[in-house]
Design a protein around this ligand. Structure first.
Ligand code: NAP
Length: 256
């Protein structure tokens, strides 16, 4: 089986590629860094030659509403048409929990559009929707810091280790297409300020984190259940504490 990982140089894409390499699976790493641009189509047909499945883990370089929407519309349309030409049997896309519950604006809505394009395409498909990766707490903190304080609404989240999402994507790609979506979250629910606080403490980051329900941390109002997985869903096993321990072990082994 030959699997193309589009976005295979990114945060979750690298972990997908590592998993496939461990299995000695034929894998093509595709991204602009390897000469494949899903927006312009450069290198796409060659990358998809003889491919059985594609795992799409690309992300927009600019996550703002309009830019993300254009990115996912352009890349998904081009990719699905190249897959049809190449006879690809399975399109697997990583989406985000809540993408089907938002309005017209924001990054989540752009992912909703990506999902709809995949559903209406002719390639058999599977959609895996994940909650926020543990590492993503750092980006959330970056976007919501005023002076030395991070302001976040007290909404429930169920973050997950990106490595387990990568493993699940491979498992899904190697099985029959779902023709539907599955949600995936971590083993614990917590409030968003607690999540970000725990990651910042583990990083020895001195910023305070305070609950502030007026804040729209991802660019839109989060309803109370929106960031939680809905059925059918998969529960990953790695807790935030064990992810933090693993992160510090790998920092030590990298000599930092
Ligand atoms: N972060 C989270 O918490 C989270 C949660 C749920 C779902 N997700 C989803 O996970 C996916 C991947 O996120 P990530 O954080 O791993 O992203 P990332 O680290 O930013 O990686 C993005 C990848 O896309 C590639 N890419 C960008 N533009 C491209 C283009 N025009 N053509 C081909 N490849 C292109 C990049 O490589 P080049 O720069 O070399 O092109 C890179 O390999 C996203 O779709 C996101 O919605 C993320």
């Amino acid at each position: 089986m030959r699997i193309v990982v589009l976005g295979g140089t990114g945060q979750v894409g690298r972990k997908v590629v590592e998993n496939l390499e461990r299995r000695a699976q034929a894998v093509v790493v595709a991204s602009r860094a390897t000469g494949v641009d899903a927006r312009t189509g450069r290198g796409l047909d060659a990358a998809l030659e003889l491919a059985d499945a594609v795992i799409d883990v690309t992300n927009a370089p600019d996550l703002s509403s309009h830019a993300a929407r254009e990115f996912f519309e352009d890349t998904t349309t081009r990719l699905l048409s190249a897959e049809e030409k190449a006879g690809v049997n399975h399109h697997v896309v990583l989406s985000i929990v809540g993408a089907d519950h938002t309005g017209e604006e924001g990054y989540f809505a752009a992912k909703g559009i990506q999902e709809r394009l995949v559903r209406s395409g002719s390639t058999p498909f599977s959609i895996l929707r994940s909650t926020q990766f543990y590492d993503f707490a750092r980006r959330i903190a970056e976007w919501n810091t005023t002076e030395d304080t991070v302001h976040l609404p007290a909404k429930p989240v169920q973050p997950v280790a990106a490595s387990e999402v990568a493993d699940k994507l491979v498992e899904v790609a190697m099985a029959a297409p779902l023709f539907g979506a599955v949600d995936m979250g971590g083993p614990e629910q917590m409030l968003l300020p607690e999540f970000v606080h725990r990651v910042l403490r583990a990083d020895n980051d001195p910023r305070y984190v305070v609950a502030d329900d007026e804040i729209t941390p991802l660019g839109f109002n989060i309803s109370s259940e929106m960031l939680l997985p809905h059925a059918p869903s998969v529960h990953a096993l790695t807790t935030l504490d064990s992810w933090v321990r693993e992160e510090s072990r790998s920092k030590v082994s990298r000599g930092r």
